[in-house]
Design a protein around this ligand. Structure first.
Ligand SMILES: [Mg+2]
Length: 208
């Protein structure tokens, strides 16, 4: 029997790759760059704070790009993504920027990614431009409208719209404090577990 196709949307940082800004904080020794969407749910407040720090500390785009190029992936991420892409289509939905994403995408074998842009003048990051507000949720709703069954995974506040909009959304290594605020969402803590959740989702659809 025929059933609807599945598609998976995955957050990037914290799910497949380390948190870029935490790595920048560690490499530069600037502690207040450690804050992420896990700490400050309002993305604009978070980004404006980061831009001010970059300006104050004179940190350029190329400095950050070098740090990202050395960052690597979370352990097992490439194998997990390869397994998943062997079974379904995957789109990475990230609130990072094209200017940051390239080395990570290269390490992942260039899956499709939807993200945002930085506004850069002479190697200085002066601002940023969201391609659109709340793209993660909108992409999931668009995929549903395109007749896909959508499975999503993410680790933070900026993923919860996407996770709740999907046919099935699960946390992956989210902090307990965030998990607790969204008791209807299941949690996973390993790639095996996440793959199993997807397979159960996919098989359940097939047997309907
Ligand atoms: Mg994340």
């Amino acid at each position: 029997m025929f059933s609807k196709q599945t598609i998976v949307t995955l957050d990037l940082e914290g799910v497949l790759a380390p948190e870029i800004w935490i790595a920048v904080a560690e490499k530069t020794g600037i502690a207040d760059l450690r804050l992420t969407t896990r700490d400050i749910p309002d993305y604009d407040v978070l980004m404006q704070g980061r831009l001010k720090i970059l300006e104050r500390e004179n940190i350029t785009l190329s400095t950050i790009q070098k740090i990202i190029a050395d960052l690597g992936l979370l352990e097992g991420a490439k194998d997990f993504l390869d397994s998943l892409r062997d079974e379904t289509q995957v789109i990475i939905l990230s609130d990072t920027f094209q200017e940051f994403a390239y080395p990570i995408m290269k390490n992942l074998g260039f899956p499709t990614i939807f993200c945002h842009n930085l506004i850069v003048e002479n190697d200085k990051i002066v601002s940023y431009q969201l391609r659109m507000q709340d793209q993660k949720t909108k992409v999931v709703n668009a995929l549903r409208a395109l007749n896909y069954n959508v499975f999503s995974a993410g680790d933070s506040f900026n993923d919860t719209g996407m996770l709740l909009a999907a046919h099935k959304g699960v946390f992956f290594n989210a902090p307990e404090s965030i998990e607790k605020q969204f008791p209807t969402l299941e949690s996973t803590h390993s790639y095996n577990e996440l793959l199993q959740k997807f397979r159960i989702f996919s098989e359940t659809l097939g047997s309907r």
